[in-house]
Design a binder for this molecule. Sequence first.
Ligand SMILES: [Zn+2]
Length: 204
Amino acid sequence: MFNKQMKPLIACHDCDLLQYKVPLKPDQSAQCVRCDAVLSHKKKDALNRTLAFSLSGLILFVLANIFPFMTFQFEGRAQINNLITGVFDLFDKGMLGLSFLVFLTSIMAPLIKLLGMIYIVLPLKFNKTPWKLKTVFRAIQTLSPWAMMEVYLLGVFVAYVKLSDLAEVIPGIALFSFASLILTTAAADYSWDPEIVSERLNSN
Ligand SMILES: [Zn+2]
């Protein structure tokens, strides 16, 4: 809640008391004057950490998409699968909705989220405001819940267990990159501090 002529206000999540927002230093928290609940917390070194994790995430994303994900060997034949193979297979079988959903949750949403984070954090680190900051920030917040790479990985493990009796299943570089990407994205999410973005939007 903010008006340029007024001081910014914040409502307590627990008791709803409205109070003035105070500028915080990194690793500092603001508490509610009535019930002591934490109103906001400024994360330590948020910009550098988010940038480092999202850049590593982007490299892992590229590796996960260009290298083989899994290779199936059966009676002398080998079938190499990539991350996108499942999407094409579903599309070919006429399951358009499911194919789009897999593409959205395991490829498109994670990529846009990583690129968006870098787009916001990199200029902010050099004290510059990225163009259309509010729009990009909102897009990331909306898209974030759709990045569900761990569901895809779970599906891969189920397939691995079921198929390992029938064929030899060899995990590829992309599978390890994808698993690391899930961890890196989680770390980027944890370091990400929306408070910095709202402060910048309010100061313009
Ligand atoms: Zn309170």
